[in-house]
Design a protein around this ligand. Structure first.
Ligand code: URA
Length: 217
């Protein structure tokens, strides 16, 4: 088993709320159908984004209740970008957007070149004015961390104000890789599993997230 670098571990927020843990366990079950897997992922994403947004800045807003004028606090949802790592990241979008409907959405498509083993970009589309925005990269599985780190490297070329990484599951290998390449990126996860198998799957994990979301197994 690969140990987690203690400095890297300080960069991880484990969301251990009972509702999150309960739904994650149901998703892991091999007999979960595509529709229930998708529904649980939406629900989990909505719960987890609550924790990711905990330190979002608030602004004052003058409003009038039916009784009097007052000052309320609001977030500027449009400043937030959810950047989905294709294709499994798309399974998280509906859930996070149900909680922050004003957020913008970007997509990052990468594949691994079988010869060079380097991540190659095939799609990249972000909203304009990224230098004014905070980005949450969404991808259900942070496994080796190689494509996640490459996605973050590509995003940094747009100079966003901040980048966070939201996944359902990760493992020591993924945490260490992300920390080595991007120590400024905090990881939010519902579980840190044992490690990777020889095929790069997280163990015990939940299998191939993309196949389970889209029913392509
Ligand atoms: N991607 C997946 O979908 N599952 C894993 O376990 C690892 C990477």
């Amino acid at each position: 088993m690969v140990p987690i670098d203690p400095a890297a571990s300080a960069n991880v927020t484990l969301i251990d709320h009972p509702l999150v843990q309960h739904k994650l366990t149901l998703m892991r079950k091999k007999e979960a159908s595509t529709s229930s897997f998708r529904r649980l992922l939406n629900e989990l994403a909505g719960l987890m984004i609550y924790e990711v947004c905990r330190d979002m800045p608030l602004q004052d807003l003058e409003i009038e209740t039916p009784l009097e004028k007052t000052t309320g606090k609001v977030i500027d949802g449009k400043k937030l970008v959810f950047a989905s790592v294709l294709r499994a990241g798309n399974g998280i979008l509906d859930g996070v957007l149900s909680v922050v409907p004003g957020a913008r959405v970007g997509h990052i498509g990468l594949y691994r070149d079988p010869t060079t083993l380097q991540a190659v970009e095939y799609y990249f589309k972000m909203p304009s004015h990224m230098e004014e925005r905070d980005v949450v990269v969404v991808d259900p599985m942070l496994a080796t961390g190689n494509s996640a780190a490459a996605a973050v490297t590509r995003l940094k070329a747009c100079k966003p104000k901040s980048i966070k990484f939201l996944c359902l599951l990760t493992c020591p290998e993924g945490i260490n890789t992300m920390f080595k390449e991007h120590p400024d990126v905090r990881i939010y996860t519902a579980a840190i599993d044992r490690g990777l198998n020889d095929h790069g799957y997280i163990m015990p994990g939940l299998g191939d997230a993309g196949d389970r979301i889209f029913g392509t197994q």
